[in-house]
Structures are given as C-alpha cells and as structure tokens.
Ligand binder design. Structure first.
Ligand SMILES: [Zn+2]
Ligand SMILES: [Zn+2]
Length: 329
C-alpha cells in the first residue's frame, strides 16, 4: 500500500469518527435531563384545588381517563409511556407559565392537556365490580413501563395522540397545526379497530350558515331542492387534500375554508368529513375521531391484538423515536 493511500485512509477514518461521535454518544449515554420533579401539581376542576400526586399516580389517572380500560394491556402500556412523556416534557420545560391555572403543572381537563380521573371517578365509571379488575390492569401497565419515556435524538417528544384515524392512517402535524416534527408524520394504521369510524349528524341549514358566516341564500335554495327530490346534494367541494387524503381546503358556496376551521366551528369529530344537503338539513359525515396526529388509540388496540408490544406500537406511530429509561434517582 502506498503511503499516499494509507494517509487518505487515515484521513477518511478520522472524518468518519468525527461525524459518528455525536451519534454514538447519543446512543450510549443516558437521556440527558434536568433533575426530575417527582410530584405533579395537578389542578382539579371540580374541586377548584391543586393536589400534589406522584408521577405514577398521575399517569395511572390519565390512562384511565384517556383510553378505554377494556383495551389490551400492551395498548394501555403504550398509553402509559405516552402519558408519562407528556407530563415530563411539561415539567422539564421548567416553570412553564400555566395561564389556565397559575401554580399548577397541569389540570384534569383534556382541553387543557390530558384528561385525568381519580379513583372515585374510576369506580363511578366502571362500577365497583369492574373497578378492581380495571384498576389493577392499568396499575400493571404503569408498573410495567415505570420510568420509560419516548425520546427523539435524546430529547423528550411531544407525544400527541388521538382516538381514531378512521383507518386512513395518521396525519402530518404540519397539516394540522402548521408546525411539524420529524417524528410526527403520517403513518399507516393497518389494524385500526374503531368499530364505527364513519358517523353522520344533521344540522339545520340556518345554523351552518350562521356558524360559518355564510350568506343566507348560500345553502337554503339548494336545501329546498334537496327536500323535494329527497336526494342528497353535495354542499362542499374539496379544493385541496392533505398527503393522507383528508380535505385540507374546502369550498362552501363562494367561500374557501380550511377543513380544520370548519371542524372547530361546527364542533365535528374530525376534519375528515363530507357535507350534503338532505331533506332540507345539512348532513355531515365524519371519519375517525380527533386530530389524527401521533398515536391512534384504536390503531394501538389493533396492533396489540395482533401481537405487537407497546414498544413496537410507539415506534410505529412516532417515527424514528426510541423508548428510553429515565436514570434512577
Ligand atoms: Zn384546566
Ligand atoms: Zn387508526
């Protein structure tokens, strides 16, 4: 081997090591985080007070509130890791101002973060016979995953989740909130087990007109036609679809809306919907339930029923992540 080739070889080796070190360091070092806060300051809406509970008790109450306890254990375990990651990310952001409840880390209302229920509420919800079985099942899920969190390149992720993608696969965060994360991209949901993903509801034309700020004549004229012919007439036209095939921009009358905006204004189950005029009313048909980003809970149930463990379920819905263990204190 010539000296020249030898030197080039050494040079390339040094470059490779230099590029690889941060990756290797990431792979082998424990997750870098500030000293863990061990208690959660939880604001309880009904009682208008803040209680201090352990992270495990918090995670248990969230799993009980956010996922049906009848779901398979591996799905409940995935939910427990997600709930733990969620609260630790919140605690780790350090003194994050909580405009809803000053002095609290989080509350028990899903609209302000994650839902959480007490043991009394679990008893009410499940009945005292099922309570012991379900409580122990969820406690098992929390215990089996103690200290486990989801990280992307060594940092806690924003583990958003939803009830059901309707079988269509999940959505890019970018399409829903205008901010993306490399791990929050649309993936397939092969075993989505939502038994009624498609649901219809009827709204009076006048109500739709007023909620969407449409001119009065916009829908009512065709509405009469719908009443006469007893057939349904499409109300909206999809102008643009998201990569997962959900409506992104729609046209109603002469107005263009984002599908998300219409979902919020009409309080729909999801932004994946169609609207028709039928018998003089607006029939809205939705698919799935929730924003469709991150873990699909009914999909997690399906995966668990097909033999997937919680680790595999999590890695399916959050792309490129690792499930890591918090260093023991
Ligand atoms: Zn709240
Ligand atoms: Zn799904």
């Amino acid at each position: 081997m010539s000296i020249r080739r030898f030197l080039i070889g050494i040079f390339l080796l040094i470059i490779a090591l230099f590029l690889g070190v941060p990756y290797l360091a990431n792979l082998f070092s424990p997750v870098q985080m500030k000293k863990q806060q061990t208690l959660v300051k939880l604001y309880i809406h009904d009682q208008n007070k803040i209680v201090n509970i352990t992270i495990d008790d918090y995670v248990l109450g969230v799993v009980a509130a956010e996922m049906p306890a009848s779901f398979p254990l591996e799905a409940l375990k995935a939910q427990a890791v997600v709930a733990r990651t969620y609260i630790l990310k919140r605690l780790n952001s350090g003194g994050l101002l909580n405009p809803n409840h000053p002095g609290a880390d989080i509350c028990d209302d899903h609209k302000h973060g994650q839902a959480w229920i007490s043991r009394e509420e679990m008893k009410k919800r499940w009945g005292s016979l099922s309570y012991y079985y379900y409580y122990n099942k969820i406690a098992q899920a929390v215990k089996d995953t103690r200290g486990l969190i989801i990280v992307y390149k060594g940092n806690l992720i924003d583990p958003v989740y939803h009830s059901s993608c309707g079988g269509k696969g999940t959505e890019d965060a970018e399409e829903v909130w205008h901010f993306g994360e490399p791990y929050l991209v649309g993936v397939s949901c092969p075993y989505c087990s939502d038994s009624s993903p498609v649901q219809s509801s009827f709204l009076p034309v006048a109500r739709v007109n007023s909620l969407l700020g449409l001119n009065k004549g916009c829908l009512s004229a065709t509405g009469k036609l719908g009443m006469n012919t007893r057939s349904s007439i499409p109300v909206m036209e999809v102008v643009k679809y998201t990569p997962s095939g959900r409506p992104k921009e729609i046209k109603i009358g002469h107005k263009i809306f984002s599908a998300i905006m219409v979902r919020d204004l009409l309080n729909l189950r999801s932004a994946d919907f169609t609207m028709d005029l039928k018998n003089g009313e607006v029939e809205v048909t939705t698919r799935g339930y929730g924003h469709a980003v991150g873990m699909c809970q009914y999909g997690a149930k399906g995966f668990a029923e097909h033999g997937y463990n919680f680790n595999k379920i999590i890695k399916h819905y959050y792309k490129g992540v690792d499930v890591a263990k918090l260093p023991d204190r």
